[in-house]
Every structure is written in C-alpha cells, then in structure tokens.
Design a protein around this ligand. Structure first.
Ligand code: TZP
Ligand code: MG
Length: 228
C-alpha cells in the first residue's frame, strides 16, 4: 500500500500490558479493531524482547495483510524489516529519520512523533509520511511524556506545517476517547489544515469489545457533532 493511500482516520496503537489488554490475545484485539474500522495499526511494545517482538509482529502481519491495513512498528526498524511490514513509527529519541528511510527505502511508511513546531518542520523536511502530534492530554498509558500540548498545541503545529507548504498527513495522540474525540478534532483544526485522524491505545485496546469501540470512534471521527 502506498503511503498516500493509508486511512489514518482511526489509528490503533497496541499495548500488550495486562492493565490494558488483560489476558486477551493481541492478534484477536487487533483483528476486532480492524473489523470495527481501524485503518492503520502500530505495534508498540516496550517490554518484549526482540525475538518476541518479531513473533508478535508476524502474527499481527498475518491479520493486517488479510484486511489490507498497514502495520507499522514502534521504535524498531530492525523488527519492521524482519516482519516485512509497511514501516515504522519513530520518536525524537529513536533512530534518525534519514537513517530509517535509508534502511527501509522510499516506499516504506515512516511516522514521527512531534510535540513542537520545530520538530514537525524538521520531520516534514526529512520526508516523514505522517506526524503523530502530541501528547494531547495526559494519559496513564504513557506516563513519561513531558510534552502535554493540548488541542491548542496541535492546532499551532498544523498551522505552521501548512504555512510552510507541507502536505504531510497528521494524527494526534494522547488521552483520546469516545467522549472527547469529536472535540479534539474540532479544536485542533487550523484554518488551512485539519488532522487526518486520531491515534488511540486504551480506548480500543482496553475496551471489552474492541470492534464496537472502534466502530463508534470511527463514526465520531467521520461525522463529528457540530460545535460552536
Ligand atoms: N504517545 C503519546 S501519548 C501515547 C503515546 C504512545 C499513549 C496514548 O494512549 P491512550 O490510551 O490513547 O491515551
Ligand atoms: Mg520511540
């Protein structure tokens, strides 16, 4: 799948910890979420070793391939290569974007976490396919975030990215759920650039019924209630 064809409306970031997934199977949760409308999946796992990550990645790859949904690996270019998936998502402390692009090639999908305008412009200039903008709201899922930027911070980044002429795709992340997703999209939109979607962990991975949760969230993303 070409990077420009990805549907970022509802972007699932996985979490295999018992607090989120319970004793359920990650591949089951991902498949249910895709059935509910998730259009992009990122394997994010900070605890498994490399061999386990590759094994989980291959299991998820079997699912995502069947549905034509791209699979990206958080942090680990080597795991993405081993799994043979579409790409990676890298943070500011991970491998340089240019190095990741060199290793993965021009067709890979590479997303970058950004919290500031400077980081966003740098990622765009370096050829990122999409930006993961955040952290929007504080969240128990990622407690070490120092950059809580709110919807005003997201809007400011979108504004400056558009002003610089970049057509990069964008999602935001952090504390987004059914009760705030429509407001997040509305408040984040700059006059000349809106988000392509939202990335979520717990609102889908911790839901008793991930398919139903994804379905409801997608509806809210596609048809947000009117504000103002
Ligand atoms: N990056 C910034 S916040 C976050 C990541 C990976 C976790 C978001 O988790 P949730 O459960 O959607 O708030
Ligand atoms: Mg990282």
């Amino acid at each position: 799948m070409a990077a420009r064809d990805v549907d970022y409306s509802l972007y699932l970031v996985t979490d295999s910890t018992p607090a989120i997934l319970g004793d359920r199977d990650i591949a089951w949760a991902v498949e249910e979420a895709i059935k509910g409308g998730v259009g992009c999946v990122q394997l994010r796992d900070k605890t498994s070793d490399t061999a386990q990550l590759v094994a989980i990645g291959r299991r998820l790859r079997n699912v995502t391939l069947r549905y034509g949904v791209p699979l990206l690996i958080n942090d680990r270019v080597d795991v993405a290569l081993a799994v043979g998936c579409e790409g990676v998502h890298i943070g500011q402390d991970d491998m340089e974007l240019s190095t990741a692009r060199h290793l993965l090639g021009p067709r890979a999908i590479i997303g970058v976490t950004v919290s500031t305008v400077a980081q966003a412009l740098r990622a765009c200039e370096g050829g990122a396919d999409y930006l993961g903008i955040g952290t929007v709201y504080a969240t128990p899922t990622k407690t070490n975030t120092k950059d809580i930027i709110g919807t005003a911070g997201v809007r400011n980044i979108l504004q400056e990215v558009a002003h610089a002429g970049h057509t990069v795709r964008t999602v935001c992340i952090g504390g987004i759920n059914e009760s705030n997703v429509a407001r997040v999209l509305f408040q984040s939109a700059a006059p000349s650039k809106s988000l392509d979607g939202v990335a979520l962990v717990s609102a889908i991975m911790a839901a008793p019924d991930p398919e139903a949760a994804a379905h409801k969230l997608l509806h809210l993303v596609k048809r947000p209630p009117h504000f103002g």
